[in-house]
Write a protein that binds this ligand. Sequence first.
Ligand code: NAP
Ligand code: MG
Length: 505
Amino acid sequence: MTHTAMSDTSKTDTIMSSRAEQLIAAVPTGVFIDGKWSGAASGKRCDVVNPATGETIASIADGGPEDARRAIEVAARTQASWGRTPPRVRSEILRRAYELVMQRQDDLAVIMTSEMGKPFAEARGEVAYAAEFFRWFSEEAVRIGGDATVSGDGKTRIIVTKAPVGPCVLVTPWNFPLAMGTRKIGPAIAAGCTMVFKPANLTPLTSFALVEILREAGLPDGVLNVVCTSDPGSVVEPWMSSGLARKVSFTGSTAVGVTLLEQAAEHVMRSSMELGGNAPFIVFADADLDLAVEGAMVAKLRNMGEACTAANRMFVHHSVAGEFANRLSDRMSALRVGDGLQEGTDIGPLVEPKALSKVEALVADAVRRGARVVCGGAAVPGAGYFYPPTVLADVDPASDLMSQEIFGPVAPIIPFESEAEVVALANDTPWGLVGYVFTKDVDRAFRMNEAIEVGMLGVNTGLVSNPAAPFGGIKSSGLGREGGRLGIEEFLDVRYLAMPRDVGA
Ligand code: NAP
Ligand code: MG
């Protein structure tokens, strides 16, 4: 593992950081309500920090209850006219936004890397993934269907139509600063819903840049209103209790999701929840080990392991566990840890000091219980919040990292003996977002699809995210699906019309 020192000022890196400064300086930093940027009502501001350096890179308006109230009132007032907009018009706004996001792929990636830390190449990848939600939902906007049928006795016409659910509360996390937003904003626009949106306070700039793109794409004033804050409850709670919002779509931790579900109960709001995960990654003895190691690199290291879909528990058949650990360790220790804006960086910093100390504590606990450190295993000293790719072998299933999201580049390997044993281990968690299985046995793959309690299963792949697929979990991992054919349904109400049918003559 090589660590690129922060003082490394090669020519390209200098160009990159001055470009980052220029791009960030051009991003608006207020609250965005009814098509206008302004300061927070309180006049307060808060800082945005680059996790690779620990330096403040921007200051943004720190919204509060007064801004929140103004935003939800505008969203409620705009709902009727926006809901009547022809689907083709909404579709074309999304299509233009897709084009603009792709035209500015590099600029958005620089902003994202600066505030969140992921390597520039990964940030570009996220921008493309995020843009695809706009393209997908621009295509869905004009395909909102219904149903017309006749009752069994022939006496009633049953006509089913869809209507926008109404003003939506959107709340997103910092780990995918653009895609978590477009995955909600895309279907809301397609369905004809207005929005109040609170992006994560750690990574607001990417969302603010997206607002400007949507404006340029022709989104009318008042449809999307954005308030960021250092005190999330002070903004989101007034939205939830207002009685004006009809839906909440949240991505983040299960604990906050549960709080929002409790708040949603008051006005019986439609709720979509993309919550935490604890993904099992299972390698059977018959697996193609090359494929399994490749899959593990993606499922573990995408986003430095800071993903709800990250492989959190790697169960490997005991006959191949040693070889798997060594091969994974060879691949992981060859990666370069450093500032994501510097060329050649594979692994960026964790998002904040708290994230780094959590990973350190989880590794220390596993080691105390007998885990063997194959590579990595200690934070990188110096500025920024860096933790290197780490492989832990012979992990005790009682370790804390088995029951918590690691959210870092740490791969714990737990050897197993039988299929029945590994299914029981995999399901021994309240979460059920995603799982990964590596096997050449087709029957076993289908058995796992039925046995592993998850909303998504990757077979011989470490990546399931796809705008055309229904993303989401079961158990404590959430409610509802984002993307795919189901994504827009979360933003539509069903209206059934009954009409008598003349059965005479
Ligand atoms: P988090 O603390 O739950 O934050 C998520 C969002 O909720 C942020 O915007 C946050 O604001 C806001 N929030 C925090 N407390 C709140 C409150 N009391 N009322 C209203 N909003 C509140 O989660 P995180 O640590 O940022 O993100 C990591 C989590 O997200 C992990 O559990 C991960 O698995 C999950 N995740 C899930 C998916 C999925 O699709 N299933 C995708 C990505 C991430 P602040 O920014 O101000 O804290
Ligand atoms: Mg948080």
